[in-house]
Ligand binder design. Structure first.
Ligand code: IPE
Ligand code: IPE
Ligand code: MG
Length: 252
């Protein structure tokens, strides 16, 4: 018997199937690793966040190219307020800058922006610029681009339960009539299809309180690449991995 050397799998070898029924309708993205990317280069963490903005642009374009219906990115969690004051402030500035710089281009490309998260705690200038972006792109028919900002999955479920209870107390709805679709309308993601694919960069394999309810049947793809290094090719590769999975939804 002849022994063959096992061929190394080439990163670019997985081919992406671009047929619409093979692509995920909704992609959720945990953009992680900005700080470590910067540390590797002896740069301040904030440099990583800035570099990460460029990656976001690349991924939005790639979604547009593929005709993906919705992209939801985790930009700032309810737990991220615990970071050093300077880093939080810089992240807020960067967000304002992002909206001010990119809104026209996103609008021209038919992108419809929506913010998922809590309004409390958010500085008013950040809230204003985000609101403007949502209003101005509201009727666009292209990519649904959702930014999870001051978002936490448990908090989202609790506020949904609270709002439902208040509706019951006011006599607007009947508690017995609640079902999964009805509950979904109280979540920040109301009206969006559930994510088919969750991607997390930077090697971490956890949800960090992201879309706990909505990811029930999503496929998870983790990559070691830090977010600022994540390329269109890597993104296509993540989708190709998704396409290689067999989704059974509890069936056979
Ligand atoms: C993700 O990168 C960006 C945000 C959470 C805002 P990190 O800042 O978490 O980078 P690491 O995980 O420390 O490398
Ligand atoms: C999750 O990343 C939040 C965002 C990407 C915005 P974190 O870096 O905050 O998560 P942990 O702390 O590693 O779980
Ligand atoms: Mg992180």
């Amino acid at each position: 018997m002849k022994w063959f050397k096992k061929k190394a799998v080439q990163p670019g070898a997985i081919a992406l199937d671009r047929s619409p029924d093979k692509l995920p309708r909704h992609i959720a993205m945990i953009m992680d690793g900005n700080g470590r990317w910067a540390k590797q280069r002896a740069l301040p963490r904030t440099a990583g966040h800035r570099a990460g903005m460029e990656t976001l642009e690349t991924i939005i374009r790639a979604c547009d190219e593929l005709g993906i219906e919705a992209l939801t990115v985790y930009a700032f969690s309810t737990e991220n307020w615990a970071r050093p004051k300077e880093e939080v402030a810089m992240l807020m500035n960067l967000l304002v800058e992002y909206f001010e710089k990119k809104i026209d281009e996103l609008d021209r490309n038919g992108v419809c922006i929506r913010i998922l998260g809590f309004e409390e705690q958010t500085p008013s200038r950040v809230r204003e610029v985000m609101e403007r972006a949502c209003v101005c792109t509201r009727d666009n028919k292209g990519l649904k681009f959702n930014i999870a900002f001051n978002y936490g999955g448990r908090g989202e479920i609790v506020q949904a339960a609270k709002r439902f209870a208040l509706d019951v107390a006011k006599g607007n709805v009947q508690a017995e009539a609640l079902d999964e679709d009805g509950f979904g309308r109280y979540l920040f993601t109301a009206g969006l299809p559930e994510p088919d694919l969750l991607i997390r960069t930077s090697g971490e394999q956890r949800l960090s309180n992201f879309l706990l309810y909505q990811l029930a049947y999503a496929e998870f793809v983790f990559t070691d690449v830090y977010w600022p290094d994540y390329t269109k090719e890597e993104f296509f590769r993540s989708i190709a991995i998704y396409q290689s999975r067999s989704r059974r939804f509890g069936g056979v």
